[in-house]
Structure formats: structure tokens, C-alpha cells
Design a protein around this ligand. Structure first.
Ligand code: TLP
Length: 344
């Protein structure tokens, strides 16, 4: 059976054009910085985000971890959203591997961290306190509904960071979705950030890899730590070749995924038993099951699978559906129809 796969945009397989580019990629040993395709990808990523340099890393999780490890010393503190991927979904890497102390504050429903709460969370100089070193934002904010943090907000947080001698890191796993939704350049959106991680392997469709961008000195140190973590990848040009197509072509089509998320949302309004979150601002549709629904989330996953649609739950009574390159209009219709049948 051909499935419509809405579990995540991480499920995207490479396009035929990507596979061809991968097969033909010029490669070298990237630990010697000798891989021309990786070098080209890094240069392009740095240019597009308006930063001095970039590093190709195996995953978003490693990119975020490297940023934390470069910005912070052991015992330093990081202000981070309580619903952020870094805090919730990265296996506590910052504390386990970096001795870094997270200071979680509430992600509001629009994904932001309240500015006054950020300010109040910066530690004062005192022998009892940790040293606050870094603020992390996530854009789009995944678990708040794939919501988009606007340019002015990011600027305001950047100002707080720099006025207080702190760094700003953006987990921009889906920063190209955010920029598309706001109709601004990615460069403008990340301008206040000292470092940004973004993923090639989500809405940008590449099979593997993420990018970390920042100042030259920051990237040099991140390259050193990437090697320490076992992330030196040799002939990685095979992967970078797909990443170049992500940046050139996939970054300009994300509006289509957002439009399909909206039509999915509209279609699901007719389905009984569910309470949709607000209309999606990027490529994610979230909803809760009403009490009247007796099926468990696992049963719903199974019933949907039997109808050719793969979905994943996001909580004991909650679902997240993610649109991407491989979900077309027919896929959206099929999904709405299947939910209509399952949720009777
Ligand atoms: N997110 C995945 C899961 O881990 C939840 C998904 O399906 O959405 N930052 C953000 C905001 C992310 O959503 C993710 C992955 C990452 C970082 C980590 O990227 P990878 O999976 O490449 O380590």
C-alpha cells in the first residue's frame, strides 16, 4: 500500500534529482576539510543565513548540542523554553555531556518566552548563582503548534541577550518554514542570533543532515567538538549534494506545505470527536481527542494505517500531523476521509 505519511517532515525521502546529485557528487575527506561538495554547502548556508561560517552536522540534535557546548562552560546556565526540543527532546545532552544547567521558562501559547520572564531569569552576580550565558529560541516552535516567532520578537530577545552579555542561539530546525510563513528572508529572521541550527532533513527533504552557522571562531570550535563527538564524516559530499538542492530548490516551495496544512485543518473541522488547535501557521496541525472518543491514540494510529495514512500521537489524547513535499492534495483528502471513517 502507498501510505500518506504525516508522522513528521523527518520522513521525507530524497527526490529523484537529489538521488542523481548524490550519485554524482564530487567528494573528499571532510575531516581534512577536503570535500568540495560539503565546502560548497557550508559556504552557501553561511551566505543564506548572513553568518560568517557554517558546519555540516549529522543531526539537529548534534547541531544544538555543539552550539550549547561552544557557548557555555560547565556550570553555566541556559534560558530555554519548557516546551523546546532542546529541553524536552534531546535526552538532556546539555547537562549529561556539557555540565550545562538549563533554566526552563514557560513557552507561551504563541511559542514565545515572555520578555519580562527572560529578564527576570538572568542570574545576578552572586557567589551562590550559576552564570547565565545563553538564551535559546525555537523557530518554528514545534510543540506549540509549529507557530512562528516574528522578526520583531527575535530582535527583542537578541537585544536582551546582548545588553546582558549573553549569546542567542536559535534552534531553527524549521527556520525556512518560519521565514516562508512570515514572507521574510531567513537572513533577516536570524540576524540577531549568534548561532543558528537548521535541518536539511525535514521540510527541506534531504535524507540526512543539519547545519550550524555562526562566527568563524565559533564554527572552528564547533568543528573540533563535532570530531570529539564522533561526527567527523569523511566523504559526506554524498549527503551534502542533496543539501545543496534543499537550499536551492526546496527552500522556496514550503508555502505549498503550509497551504496543505491549512486545507487539512479545514477538512478536519468536519470530523467529529476532535478539538483542533488554532489554524496552522506552518506545516503542522495539532488536535486533541474529545472525552466522547473511546478509542485510544494507539487504536486510532492502527485504524488510520489500515486506511493508508500514517499518523503519530503527540500525547495520550493528542495528535500532530505534519505536511511536507511528499504529501499532495490527494493525500490531504485521503487523510480527512480516513479520519472521518475512524472517528465515528
Ligand atoms: N524533531 C522531530 C522529533 O524529534 C520530535 C520531529 O518529528 O519533529 N529541533 C526541533 C525543533 C525539532 O523538531 C527536531 C526534531 C530537532 C531539533 C532535532 O533534529 P534531529 O532529529 O535531526 O536530531
Amino acid at each position: 500500500m502507498e501510505y500518506v505519511d504525516l508522522r513528521s517532515d523527518t520522513v521525507t525521502k530524497p527526490t529523484p534529482e537529489m538521488r542523481e546529485a548524490m550519485a554524482e557528487a564530487e567528494v573528499g575527506d571532510d575531516v581534512y576539510m577536503d570535500d568540495p561538495t560539503v565546502n560548497q554547502l557550508q559556504q552557501k548556508a553561511a551566505e543564506m543565513l548572513g553568518k560568517e561560517d557554517a558546519l555540516f552536522v549529522p543531526s539537529g540534535t548534534m547541531g544544538n548540542l555543539l552550539a550549547l557546548l561552544v557557548h557555555c562552560q560547565r556550570g553555566d546556565e541556559v534560558i530555554v523554553g519548557n516546551k523546546s526540543h532542546i529541553y524536552v527532546n534531546e535526552a538532556g545532552g546539555m547537562s549529561a555531556l556539557g555540565g550545562i544547567h538549563p533554566h526552563p521558562i514557560k513557552n507561551q501559547s504563541d511559542g514565545t518566552l515572555a520578555l519580562d520572564e527572560i529578564l527576570a531569569s538572568i542570574q545576578t552576580e552572586d557567589v551562590h548563582h550559576t552564570i547565565t550565558r545563553l538564551i535559546c529560541l525555537e523557530n518554528t516552535q514545534n510543540s506549540c503548534g509549529g507557530v512562528v516567532l516574528p522578526v520583531e520578537y527575535v530582535q527583542a530577545v537578541g537585544k536582551i541577550a546582548h545588553d546582558n552579555n549573553l549569546f542567542l542561539h536559535i534552534d531553527g530546525a524549521r527556520i525556512f518554514n518560519a521565514a516562508a510563513a512570515l514572507n521574510v528572508s531567513v537572513k533577516a529572521l536570524v540576524e540577531p542570533a549568534d548561532s543558528v541550527m537548521f535541518c536539511l532533513s525535514k521540510g527541506l527533504v534531504a535524507p540526512v543532515g543539519s547545519m550550524l552557522v555562526g562566527k568563524k571562531k565559533f564554527i572552528t570550535r564547533a568543528r573540533h567538538l563535532r570530531k570529539m563527538l564522533g561526527g567527523g564524516m569523511r566523504q559526506a559530499g554524498v549527503l551534502a549534494a542533496a543539501g545543496l538542492i534543499s537550499l536551492d530548490k526546496m527552500s522556496t516551495r514550503l508555502g505549498q506545505d503550509h497551504a496543505r496544512a491549512k486545507s487539512l485543518f479545514e477538512g478536519l473541522k468536519q470530523v467529529r470527536g476532535i478539538k483542533l488547535d488554532a489554524s496552522p501557521s506552518s506545516n503542522m496541525v495539532y488536535f486533541d481527542l474529545l472525552d466522547e472518543v473511546k478509542l485510544s491514540v494507539d487504536q486510532i494510529v492502527e485504524e488510520m494505517k489500515a486506511r493508508g495514512v500514517l499518523v503519530d500521537w503527540a500525547g495520550p489524547r493528542r495528535f500532530r500531523l505534519v505536511t511536507h513535499y511528499w504529501v499532495d492534495d490527494a493525500g490531504v483528502e485521503k487523510t480527512v476521509k480516513a479520519f472521518g471513517e475512524v472517528m465515528i
